[in-house]
Structure formats: structure tokens, C-alpha cells
Design a protein around this ligand. Structure first.
Ligand code: FES
Length: 157
């Protein structure tokens, strides 16, 4: 399906670009803009981002594939990314992941049949001091317990 930026989005992109010495430096906020709108970043959106930032699609694709936060396939409404790196693991991330898998009825890498949640494991999200933690969208959920997870799942509609 074709992807195009709206007029207001193009204005917003120009505002973002004005903050940086080079247009390519705006790539992360522009990719976030796409993902928030579409839920993922398609090949067509990749080309649109490349065009608006004067880059090649390959240069944009390199960034999309480097960061685990960007989705290259149509994705669930909420992407739960559980950190599994050592500090989080020492504070119970494996048990937390098992709890989420049981609660959602899926394994890491899968999404629920209703399209509400996708569950993934990721490496350190730089919040080791508040382990165990996970990210959903832009938000960090920290010092997690099963009780906190229950509340978060209820809140994420
Ligand atoms: S190890 Fe989990 S945030 Fe750093």
C-alpha cells in the first residue's frame, strides 16, 4: 500500500530537520513518526523517509534493521519488549518473561490472536538500575513484578 506523508507531517519533518546540521540526523524521529502512524515501517514508508531526508532507501533500511524498536512487519497494537541482558536477568527477567508468556498464551516472538500484544526479548535498554524492565512503545516499565505486569496489561487497551 502506498505511503505518503501528510502536509502537517512534512512541516513537522522540516521543523525536526532544522534542529540538525544534516537532514539524515532526523532519521530516528521521522521513523518514529511513521511507526506511530502505521504501527510498522513498510518498504513504501522506507522509500518515503529516504526521499524526504535525501537518503537512499538502503541507508534508511540500515537504521531500521539496526534498532529492535522498529517493526518491519505489520505488528500488534502493543509491542512488549522484555530486556533479557544480565542485570535484568539477575533480577528475574526470565521469570517475568515466563509469566508474560503464560498470561498472554504466546511465546517470545509471537503475537496474540486478537492483535493486541506482540512479545519480544531484547538486549539492554539502558535502564539496568531499574531491572527487570520492559518497553512498550516509547514507555519504559521498570522494577517489574507479576502484579505490575497485570496492571500494565489492563492499562494497554
Ligand atoms: S540489562 Fe536490562 S536494561 Fe540494562
Amino acid at each position: 500500500m502506498a505511503f505518503t506523508f501528510s502536509g502537517p507531517q512534512l512541516e513537522q519533518i522540516e521543523t525536526i530537520c532544522a534542529r540538525y546540521p544534516a537532514r539524515r540526523a532526523a532519521i530516528l524521529p521521522v521513523l518514529w513518526m511513521v511507526q506511530e502512524q502505521e504501527g510498522w515501517i513498510s518498504a513504501e514508508a522506507t522509500e518515503a523517509v529516504a526521499k524526504v531526508l535525501d537518503l537512499t532507501p538502503a541507508a534508511v533500511y540500515e537504521v531500521i534493521t539496526f534498532y529492535t524498536m522498529f517493526q518491519r512487519k505489520s505488528c500488534a497494537r502493543h509491542h512488549l519488549q522484555v530486556c533479557r541482558t544480565l542485570p535484568c536477568w539477575l533480577r528475574g527477567s526470565a521469570k517475568l518473561l515466563a509469566y508474560l508468556e503464560k498470561k498472554l498464551g504466546i511465546k517470545a516472538g509471537e503475537q496474540t490472536a486478537d492483535g493486541r500484544f506482540k512479545l519480544s526479548t531484547v538486549e539492554c535498554l539502558a535502564s539496568c538500575g531499574t531491572a527487570p524492565m520492559m518497553q512498550a512503545g516509547h514507555r519504559y516499565y521498570e522494577e517489574l513484578t507479576p502484579e505490575k505486569v497485570d496492571k500494565i496489561l489492563e492499562e494497554l487497551k
